[in-house]
Design a protein around this ligand. Structure first.
Ligand code: PMP
Length: 362
């Protein structure tokens, strides 16, 4: 059986999410229909909205369900960035890369210096700033509170890609001053196919996907009710942060002992994520060796050819050629101590073999 350590790509489904989805699949009706079946479906949809709103410290009316975070981010950029210059952190996800955006360099630990943002906002007051709460490759957390304060001073709006933080280290981003944030169900144990843009009270959103007026005219299309019900159910599930962090810390300490370098080690990070650079050994070589040992991790970004490209996130942090020599281990919500043992043994064997084989060197 595969040892799955790629939770940042997608988390295993929570049993509560599965149960909620099955119940929703047995609910016949389109939430927009006015007959009794439609009303039953609408009731489910609004119950899910209330659950999500409660977790997000938002009003139900401020939750816009959509297909996932790629769409939620696109909606935020479309609606909030319309007449504004757009500033983005250098380590943002591919779904936050609008053409013409000004890219804000990060420090070697992956965080954004307040002075960098302030200087950019002085040049572009009234901008839309997009900053992720937690990086998907390194787990590095941005200081959203400070960024939100700077945005407020300069009349700018802040959109937070909170995809990797929701469910793992949630914060009240709206209270901090963010105009909106995005979340994706499959990143916290819900199913793929549902996400949301959560907006601050009073923020107007013009639809990107127009249609039948669903989501108060802000997102057309019949909402994927089973996926939304699963998303809401997963959000309420407990997350054993301390256990997960201690597994991650043990993996880190072991791998550092074998020569691994940890990007962002000094910064505040997600409890479940560790990026491991193994100097001199290509990411692809590491991935294949671990895959053959039955362990699923990831590296960089897979490009259309199916080959691995060096990680732009690590390149932005100044890791140069080392950016192509990193893997990401992201522990799922149900990780066990046995996983730590299995991974560290496979990692040690991989290091030993790779170092013996010059052909595999970068
Ligand atoms: N932002 C971040 C930080 C992500 O990690 C991802 C998923 N890899 C996305 C956005 C896109 O999410 P989705 O899969 O829901 O489109």
């Amino acid at each position: 059986m595969t040892l799955y350590l790629d939770a940042n790509a997608t988390e295993p489904l929570r049993p509560a999410a599965r149960a909620a989805m099955l119940a929703a699949m047995d609910t016949l009706g389109n939430p927009s229909s006015i007959h009794a079946s439609g009303r039953a479906a609408r009731k489910l949809l609004e119950a899910a909205r209330e659950t999500v709103a409660a977790h997000c410290h938002a009003r139900p009316a401020d939750i816009i369900f959509c297909a996932g975070a790629t769409e939620a981010n696109a909606l935020a950029i479309h609606a909030l960035g319309r007449d504004r210059p757009i500033l983005i952190g250098a380590t943002e996800h591919e779904s936050i890369r609008p053409t013409g955006a000004e890219i804000l360099p990060v420090r070697p630990d992956g965080t954004l210096a307040a002075a960098t943002l302030d200087a950019a906002l002085a040049r572009y007051p009234g901008a839309l700033v997009c900053l992720m709460a937690a990086n998907n490759e390194t787990g590095v957390l941005h200081d959203i509170e400070t960024a939100a304060k700077s945005c407020a001073i300069h009349g700018a709006l802040l959109h937070v890609d909170a995809v990797q933080a929701v469910g793992r280290c949630p914060r009240d981003w709206l209270a901090m001053g963010a105009a909106s944030f995005s979340l994706s169900g499959h990143k916290f144990g819900g199913p793929m196919g549902a996400g949301a843009l959560v907006v601050s009270q009073g923020i107007e959103i013009e639809a990107l996907v127009k249609g039948g007026g669903q989501e108060q005219g802000r997102r057309g299309g019949t909402p994927p009710l089973p996926a939304i019900a699963g998303l809401a159910a997963a959000l309420g599930e407990p997350y054993e942060s301390d256990k997960i962090l201690s597994c991650r810390d043990d993996i880190e300490a072991f791998c550092i002992g074998l020569g691994a370098v940890i990007p962002g080690a000094g910064a505040a990070r997600l409890p479940n994520t560790v990026c491991l650079i193994l100097p001199g050994i290509r990411a692809e070589t590491q991935l294949i060796a671990l895959d053959m040992a039955g362990i699923a991790v990831s590296a960089g970004s897979a490009c259309s050819s199916g080959k691995l490209a060096a990680s732009p996130v690590l390149a932005a942090m100044g890791f140069g050629t080392l950016s192509g020599q990193a893997i990401r281990v992201s522990l799922p919500w149900n990780v066990s101590r046995g996983a730590v043992e299995q991974f560290t043994m496979a990692y040690a064997a991989m290091v030993k073999r790779a170092l013996r084989s010059p052909a595999h060197s970068a």
